[in-house]
Design a protein around this ligand. Structure first.
Ligand code: NAD
Length: 481
């Protein structure tokens, strides 16, 4: 059984307590590796290493930093198959998804911020010949990056890459449920020649290792992606210490379909936006609203396509739906399906744990599930399920669907399907969300800001918003005599 280690000051080290946590393969329902059960002392060592490395890293010429980050990016690409397999085993996601999306995007994160380094410069302006004003941007020092289990290496690197590019040193914690690719990243950083202490990776529980990162006085900022409740706890801890916070939290995203849409494109994309990664992407469109005149046709075609999806071993090509991430998470999803029926919903397909044969007989598989007949304000339509469960509902007018869309506490992403530019523009202005996709889903450009409103988060990541987050501006005003 493989024992993972923390990555502190460039070395792979045991947790100080000597204790380890079981790590499950969700497709077979068995423990397959052990991860450090780190505590405050491990975090203290990591922060001290990061602090010691800060001067060297932040003063290193940008080109040199950039070259090291490009080597990390290239090594992620070189190790594509190994990383994709590790991600699939850890998380239950189909290996094809990890190979085509997760791992290439992780490599791209390092590439993007390595190549964007030079674009992030100070600004200067003259004040009516009386003074020269310029604004420097300094790295913050040691920053904390904490990520969830659904897109493990992609979201981990999404935070670490801009933090490093801006000249910070990092103490990072992956989810205790999916630690493997973060562990492999530590090996890659060693190979790439990342100086000791610049990146430190601590494994363990959120309430222990994660909380110790958040509360450490030398950690100047926290970039966190995860659940809304955890985000609240982090904000409570960090606010009185005046730490900078970026919180990327839960979602309950609307997918709004008008009768004039490009039907085939919409149907194919809606299948993905509903069930990709077993519906465990914060951007999945879990509430599908369909214009009344199209509703019956959509329902028939969509349900038929969902029934055709292949639930299977994530390691096998052709699997559309792999395992959900853990047994407790599976039980949570199943309890929401139960609730949907109690709330008056009808299951059009799915609704149960799925039983596979052979090596996956004890895996955590849930059938892709479509529910209709629920009101927009019931719990199933208001709370984040984060699994392969969608609700469908008809609407008649733009005003009505806007009310449904905006009725939730969340505001992460949304999708609108229409060929009318006027309608798309109107809705894009009024939907309460950080992202509005029109006639597409998950089309991302790393230059653009990413994040949510309301309970979906505070701040923006991605692009140069992330560079802004990981730096502090300092205005210098020089009077001209
Ligand atoms: P989670 O909040 O349980 O855990 C996320 C991370 O925080 C883990 O590494 C965990 O160990 C750590 N953690 C837990 N308690 C902590 C504490 N008190 N202090 C510090 N760290 C702590 O979330 P999860 O179950 O891993 O992920 C699923 C959630 O993430 C969903 O709600 C999903 O919508 C959200 N998510 C959001 C985005 C986004 O960009 N908005 C992206 C992906 C996932």
């Amino acid at each position: 059984m493989q024992k993972l280690q923390n990555y502190i000051n460039g070395e792979l080290v045991e947790p100080i307590s000597g204790r380890y946590i079981d790590n499950y393969d969700p497709a077979i329902g068995e423990v397959y590796s052990l991860i450090p059960d780190s505590n405050e002392e491990d975090v203290q060592q990591a922060v001290a290493a990061a602090q010691a490395a800060f001067e060297g890293w932040s003063l290193m010429p940008a080109e040199q930093r950039s070259r090291i980050m490009l080597r990390i990016s290239a090594l992620i690409e070189d190790n594509l198959d190994r990383l994709a397999k590790a991600e699939s085993v850890d998380n239950g996601k189909p290996v094809s998804l990890a190979t085509q999306v997760d791992i290439p995007r992780a490599a791209k994160n390092f590439w993007f911020y390595a190549t964007g380094l030079g674009h992030y410069s100070s600004q200067a302006h003259a004040m009516e010949n009386a003074a020269i004003n310029y604004t420097l941007r300094h790295p913050l020092g040691v920053v904390g990056c904490i990520s969830p289990w659904n897109l493990p290496l992609y979201l981990f690197s999404w935070k670490i890459a801009p933090a490093l590019a801006a000249g910070n040193c990092v103490v990072a914690k992956p989810s205790e449920i999916t630690p493997m690719t973060a562990y492999l990243l530590s090996e890659i950083c060693q190979q790439a020649g990342l100086p000791k202490g610049v990146l430190n990776i601590i494994h363990g529980y959120g309430h222990k290792a994660g909380a110790a990162i958040v509360s450490h006085p030398q950690v100047k900022a926290i970039s966190f992606t995860g659940g809304t409740k955890t985000g609240e706890a982090i904000a409570r801890e960090a606010a009185p210490k005046f730490k900078k916070l970026s919180l990327e939290l839960g979602g309950k995203n609307p997918n709004i379909i008008f009768a004039d849409c490009n039907y085939e494109q919409m149907l194919e994309t809606t299948l993905r936006s509903s069930f990709a990664n077993q519906g465990q992407i914060c951007l999945c469109g879990s509430r599908i609203f369909v214009e009344k005149s199209l509703y019956e046709k959509f329902k028939k075609d969509f349900v038929a396509r969902v029934k055709d999806m292949c639930i299977g071993d994530p390691a096998v090509d052709g699997t559309h739906i792999g395992a959900v991430v853990s047994e407790p998470h599976m039980n949570k999803i199943l309890s929401y399906i139960e609730l949907a029926q109690q709330e008056g919903g009808t299951l059009l397909t799915g609704g149960k744990r799925h039983q596979l044969q052979g090596r996956c007989a004890n895996g955590y598989f849930v059938e892709p599930t479509v529910v209709e007949g629920l009101s927009y304000d019931c719990r199933v339509n208001q709370e984040e399920i984060f699994g392969p469960v969608v609700t469908i509902m008809p609407f008649e007018t733009e005003e009505e669907v806007l009310k449904y869309a905006n009725s939730v506490q969340y505001g992460l992403s949304s999708t609108v399907w229409t060929e009318s530019l006027n309608r798309a523009t109107r809705l894009a202005q009024q939907i309460e969300a950080g992202i509005v996709w029109v006639n597409c889903w998950l089309l991302r450009d790393l230059r653009t800001p990413f994040g949510g409103v309301k309970a979906s988060g505070v701040g923006r990541e991605g692009g140069f918003d992330a560079m802004e987050f990981f730096t502090e501006p300092k205005n210098v005003c020089i009077k001209i005599n």
